[in-house]
Design a protein around this ligand. Structure first.
Ligand code: N01
Length: 479
């Protein structure tokens, strides 16, 4: 293969979801014309292309769950999936020529001699770039529970993130497994159509009332109000135990007001502290479970048969369709990306040895000129991740500008800076509700370490990422 077969760009972005498209649009606005976006799917949108289950929506207000530079026109306060996908498709439209669809990355390697990333797609296409932005997202590998007999089931089994719209739920008997953010959205939709709904609950969730549905008219004001209202939750999550008590009382009142039956109410009352898992918002989830055609099963699932699901109470409950609202395989999702940095060491090897260490969730020692968006410890349990993504995008723009200004060809975060950044985040997470609240969640990996969340205010993250401190980086200059 000759060098002509390699498509070169100054910046290569992997992923055309919220983060990747935001990065591309920001580069365009900054006057950078030499960039490409590689997307493995056949369309843009990432999460919002994949999650088409009935009821799929964003529980964060749309005025916050949108780019500051592209506010969008929303028909409701919290948009549903089709509207969010339309919005992202609109953002992608002017960038169309720079987005390569169906380009799944098979390999990425830093080449010291050329100071370039060399990237190969699964279909053999090759790319080279000075800067690499990894925007592949954290929640994209569906977690399929291993339940004995699952392969013997006679009907369709669908994960929420892999919905088969050809399956008819009208009048069907539907078994739903899981009680997280996806479940509270899909359950009311299923209950409205199915003849019978059985919810298999391993752990109940705290649910707060859904907040208003009308799209605000004064968008800028609404954005500020919603932002600070969300930030007010930080003490309940990252602060002392007492700070969450009021919130938990509100959730308990919501449950009591919607569920009259004491037995069902008991079954739906969590034992963990609110915030330990993602806080859910719904006015329709509990009523759906209290309806005449619904049952909540709290006995663990034992097996699946051709006709339905058997729980530990020994009862076989017949089902025509099984819905898996069982979440995603998160731990190590990023590390699965085959990236090889300095000294031939892969990202996976680095993180296997020392955990998912990064500087601000963005740069990784040994991976020069590579930047992660939505990287480790940049998720939020209380506010819009788009705010975090935009902080990262600004940082990446700042880093690229700093390399250009200094006459260097590459920058690589110092190991000591990365370690200090990582250790500080972990120290603060140690006392937060995700570690102390008495639950297991996808926020924690197999070792109980939280590599998912930022431990506090998003404005603090914005402040930390406002300026690229060149002293944090080793710079490489042309020979
Ligand atoms: O997944 P989850 P999700 N047997 O991991 C249960 C984002 N999101 O798709 O709690 C029985 O939260 C599991 O039980 P337990 C958001 O970041 C955002 O709902 O582990 N049950 C749990 O109840 C969210 O946090 C929006 O005991 C099993 C459920 O399945 C993230 O996506 C909307 C099981 C999984 O809950 C993931 O949410 C939707 C088994 N073997 C999603 N395995 C917004 O609106 C798992 N479970 C922004």
């Amino acid at each position: 293969m000759t060098s002509d077969d390699v498509r070169s760009a100054r910046v290569l972005i992997i992923g055309a979801g919220f983060a990747g498209l935001g990065m591309a649009a920001a580069l365009e606005r900054a006057g950078e014309r030499d960039f490409l976006v590689l997307e493995k799917a056949t369309g843009v949108g990432g999460t919002w292309r994949a999650n088409t289950y009935p009821g799929s929506a964003c529980d964060v207000p749309s005025v916050l769950y949108s780019y500051a530079a592209a506010p969008g026109r929303w028909t409701t306060a919290r948009a549903r999936q089709p509207e969010i996908l339309d919005y992202l498709t609109g953002v992608a439209a002017p960038l169309r020529d720079r987005i390569v669809l169906g380009a799944e990355v098979a390999d990425g390697r830093w080449d010291e001699a050329s100071a370039r990333w060399h990237v190969a797609a699964v279909d053999g296409r090759r790319y080279a770039a000075q800067f690499l932005v990894v925007a592949t997202g954290a929640l994209n590998l569906p977690k399929l529970p291993r339940i004995p007999g699952a392969d013997t089931f006679g009907g369709p089994v669908m994960h929420t993130a892999d919905w088969d719209h050809g399956v008819d739920l009208d009048g069907a008997r539907v078994a739903v497994i899981g009680t997280g953010a996806s479940a509270v959205q899909v359950v009311p939709e299923i209950a409205g159509r199915a003849a019978h709904l059985t919810l298999y609950q391993r752990t109940p969730s705290w649910v707060l009332p859904a907040r208003g549905t009308r799209a605000p008219r004064l968008r800028r004001v609404a954005r500020a109000v919603e932002y600070w209202r969300a930030e007010a939750l930080v003490p309940a999550l990252a602060g002392p135990r007492t700070a969450s008590a009021r919130l938990q009382r509100r959730a308990r009142r919501h449950l009591t007001s919607q569920i009259a039956d004491p037995g069902l109410r008991r079954a739906l009352t969590p034992e963990h502290r609110i915030g330990c898992k993602r806080i859910l918002y719904s006015d329709t989830y509990f009523p759906a479970l209290a309806g005449p055609g619904a049952e909540v099963v709290t006995d663990p699932i034992e097996r699946i048969t051709p006709d339905g699901v058997v729980a530990a109470d020994g009862v076989m409950r017949a089902a025509d369709v099984i819905v898996l609202a069982t979440g995603f395989r998160v731990a190590g999702a990023l590390a699965r990306l085959p990236l090889t940095g300095r000294d031939g060491i892969t990202l996976q090897q680095r993180w296997q040895a020392a955990g998912a260490r990064t500087h601000l969730g963005i740069t990784v020692a040994g991976l020069p000129n590579a930047f992660l968006l939505s990287g480790p410890n940049t998720g939020l349990g209380h506010n819009s991740v788009v705010f975090m993504i935009e902080s990262q995008i600004r940082y990446v723009l700042g880093a690229i500008a700093a390399v250009d200004r200094s006459g260097a060809v590459a920058l690589d975060v110092r190991e000591s800076v990365q370690d200090a950044s990582h250790d500080e985040v972990q120290r603060r997470l140690g006392t937060a509700v995700w570690s102390t609240g008495g639950c297991a969640s996808w926020y924690l990996d197999g070792r109980g370490t939280n590599h998912a969340l930022w431990p506090g205010s998003s404005w603090r993250y914005r402040a930390r990422t406002r300026r690229v401190r060149l002293e944090d980086y080793e710079m490489t200059f042309p020979a």
